[in-house]
Design a protein around this ligand. Structure first.
Ligand SMILES: NC(=O)c1ccc[n+]([C@@H]2O[C@H](COP(=O)([O-])OP(=O)(O)OC[C@H]3O[C@@H](n4cnc5c(N)ncnc54)[C@H](OP(=O)(O)O)[C@@H]3O)[C@@H](O)[C@H]2O)c1
Length: 175
């Protein structure tokens, strides 16, 4: 089976590439810029078709949460329009898509854990762009699975765990 993941150097893509090396019967192919640029929708269909997927994992995204407040157009182009194009590409090939989304689609005020049917209410540009991406994916490809994860940790790239480990090694106290 050929699993094609978007975002070559991202945490999820790098982790899937590593896992694919140990998994029998699964070939993982990661595609990223410049071949696949979510901000340039014209690149997406061709790049995904060329990779000949049996399944697509849509992991590439504009993930700079704070910066997105100053770059809403780019965040929406990548996370909404671009994600929708990835789902369209998978649909045209007749294959399913797993799309990574975020808990930022919620406002965080619920007293307990969220379920899929809870009302969304993003409070940030990033959250709103990811919610628009969910809607674009769902309408472009009926064979979709959307994962609203809260944190992604891996040995690759930047993440909260690595930041905390670094700060803990350097400082007596962390505010
Ligand atoms: N990290 C978290 O804690 C977290 C939490 C909840 C949800 N998520 C979601 O989980 C998914 C994976 O997150 P991650 O932590 O693996 O992200 P990441 O490490 O920040 O990687 C994002 C990837 O997206 C690529 N990308 C950005 N803009 C692009 C564009 N215009 N065209 C093509 N590729 C582009 C980046 O490419 P370059 O390497 O070229 O920059 C990078 O490979 C994302 O959808 C994110 O929204 C993440």
């Amino acid at each position: 089976m050929r699993l094609v993941v978007t975002g070559r150097d991202g945490q999820v893509a790098a982790s899937l590439l590593e896992a694919g090396q140990a998994a029998a019967g699964v070939e993982v192919i990661a595609i990223g810029r410049p071949q696949l640029d979510l901000a340039r929708p014209d690149t997406v269909i061709e790049a995904i078709a060329a990779a000949k997927p049996d399944i697509v994992v849509s992991a590439a995204a504009y993930t700079a949460v704070d910066q997105a407040e100053d770059e809403p157009d780019l965040a929406f182009a990548v996370n909404a329009v671009g994600a929708g194009k990835v789902a369209q590409a998978a649909a045209e090939l007749g294959v399913p898509i797993i799309h990574l989304s975020t808990d930022y689609v919620f406002d965080g005020t619920a007293p307990g854990a969220y379920v899929e049917t809870d009302a969304t209410a993003p409070r940030s540009v990033y959250g709103a762009s990811k919610l628009a991406g969910e809607q674009a994916v769902a309408s472009a490809n009926p064979r979709h699975l959307i994962l609203r994860t809260a944190w992604v940790y891996s040995p690759f790239g930047k993440n909260f765990v690595k930041t905390m480990l670094r700060l803990a090694a350097d400082r007596e106290e962390i505010a």
